[in-house]
Design a protein around this ligand. Structure first.
Ligand code: ZN
Length: 504
């Protein structure tokens, strides 16, 4: 067996992009320091399975593939400004900061994204770039939310322009809406974005109606989360019900992950409970589609979690065993989001249409009232606030999260002994075995382990939560034989008469 390889770009931060004026901020250069230290202490930094890519600065032409000339020149000018001018510059854009290093660091970040994605597309080998400033809030003509240039959109544009990719899917699990990416890719062909984010009916930043489910952007599907405290199981459900089917439908030849870790347990921005294993699982599920995966760092502000999440996502990309996650009955908020997406898009694509038929068969409610999901309000306007926006959690609270995280990480030390994760997430199956989608007008379900688990979850644990006996992933919890029989009955439904359903 050939040695598994992963491409890695780890920014060295020779000059530091940090907020120059004194005010507490969460997006600091310490974020990359903790990732670097973690990769060093775990030996991953010098791991022979990892290929480090050289760094360079993006050309202005590359950046202008997505951003306006005016905005690029505006950012360029900050390099020689004095601090007062820099702060004044920042007040024109919502929640960004710049210093003497920003122009150079932003060009390095953009080129890192391009070069990582290029290497992943050429070699069909996964990769990850730990870079800042982040990018997914940056819009064509403005910076926003700590983001200067939209690294992911620039990389997608270059991959398509160079012909290295024909179709690009961007999956953004950062806890904030990918409002910038949504805007940047709207004029592009053959690129799609799926963004999972904290929304709370538009009352959470950036409080934009277009980051909800209902909008007119042709390339974006938003999966807004209308509550906080969501966990691995909730994100897993969105992947199995919406994201994976959308990927099988779109059939991209490249997946770019906007990998923000602020949905982590203990993050001061997200208030979610995703664990390092949860992030690793999401990445592994994307890998299991057989499409090359390039992950690019976005947010993540609880430094301990940021380091641990980075390590475990890298381990997932390396093909290492991913620690198990707790899978629970479908959360009503997630069920609502899934139902709304399927009700809205259920007839648009062949895969969702099949899913809707399957759901109907299993007695699910199909129509959802299209009530307005936006109850927010945009109250900010230029000149924007540049100071005093963030306050740290109290020390005791942070200590509590650290303790929780450490006990989770401790439990990973024994995964090899007590869990055979391959039963639901496996890289050993071939791409064909893990295929689930429409080919030649037929619904094809491969017999790979990932697909099996997807189908099981789809019908047993998630859409019929009462069937779940236990929250753990033990085979004994699932009545597979009964399920198999139900699936065979699908052949009696006219739409499925021509479907090739493989033996499960
Ligand atoms: Zn974020």
């Amino acid at each position: 067996m050939t040695e598994k390889r992963v491409f890695l770009i780890m920014d060295q931060q020779e000059e530091r992009h940090d907020q120059p004026w004194s005010s507490y901020h969460i997006e600091t250069s310490k974020r990359l320091d903790v990732i670097y230290e973690r990769l060093q202490t775990t030996g991953l930094l010098n791991d022979p399975r990892i290929e480090h890519l050289p760094r360079r600065e993006a050309t202005e032409q590359e950046i202008r593939g997505v951003h306006t000339e005016r905005y690029v020149n505006d950012v360029k000018a900050t390099e020689t400004m004095i601090e007062e001018q820099q702060e004044q510059f920042c007040s024109k854009y919502e929640d960004i900061f710049v210093n003497f290093a920003t122009w150079k660091r932003a060009k390095l970040a953009a080129a890192s994204a391009i070069d990582l994605v290029t290497s992943v597309a050429i070699n069909k080998t996964p990769g990850i770039a730990f870079i800042r400033p982040p990018g997914h809030h940056a819009m064509p003509d403005e910076g926003c939310g700590f983001c200067i240039f939209n690294n992911v959109a620039i990389a997608a544009k270059e991959a398509l322009r160079s012909g290295l990719a024909k179709k690009v899917m961007i999956v953004d699990y950062d806890v904030h809406a990918a409002n910038g990416t949504q805007e940047c890719i709207e004029s592009m062909e053959n690129v799609k974005l799926i963004s999972i984010h904290r929304y709370e009916n538009g009352t959470f930043w950036p409080n934009m109606p277009q980051t909800g489910i209902y909008h007119n952007y042709k390339n974006t599907m938003n999966l807004p989360l209308n509550t906080i405290g969501l966990n691995d199981s909730d994100y897993f459900a969105l992947f199995t019900h919406i994201i994976l089917p959308s990927i099988y439908d779109f059939q991209p030849d490249l997946i770019i992950i906007s990998s923000g870790f602020d949905a982590s347990l203990g993050d001061p921005e997200g208030y979610m409970n995703v664990t390092p294993a949860g992030f690793a699982t999401m990445v592994r599920l994307l890998q299991n589609t057989g499409v090359p995966v390039a992950a690019i760092l976005e947010g993540g502000y609880f430094l301990d979690a940021l380091a641990a999440d980075s390590e475990w996502v890298l381990r997932a990309l390396l093909g290492e065993q991913v620690p198990p996650i707790q899978v629970e009955p479908l959360n009503p908020f997630i069920a609502d989001t899934i139902s709304r997406i399927l009700a809205r898009d259920g007839q648009k694509t062949s895969f969702f249409r099949k899913l809707q038929e399957l759901r109907k068969l299993f007695g699910c409610k199909l129509s959802v009232e299209e009530s307005r999901d936006y109850k927010g309000e945009r109250t900010v306007h230029p000149p924007y606030e540049t100071r005093g926006i963030y306050t740290p959690f109290p020390e005791e609270k942070i200590d509590g999260f650290k303790e929780q995280l450490n006990s989770i990480l401790k439990s990973y030390e024994s995964i090899e002994k007590n869990c055979d994760i391959s039963q639901y997430i496996s890289q050993d199956d071939t791409v064909e075995e893990n295929f689930l989608g429409i080919r030649d007008g037929k619904l094809l379900i491969g017999n790979g382990k990932a697909v099996k688990r997807f189908v099981e979850l789809l019908f047993i644990s998630s859409l019929n939560p009462q069937h779940v006996v236990d929250n753990s992933f033990d085979d004994a919890d699932f009545d597979l034989i009964k399920f198999g029989d139900e699936l065979k009955d699908l052949k009696n439904i006219p739409t499925f008469q021509n479907c090739a359903i493989f033996q499960l």
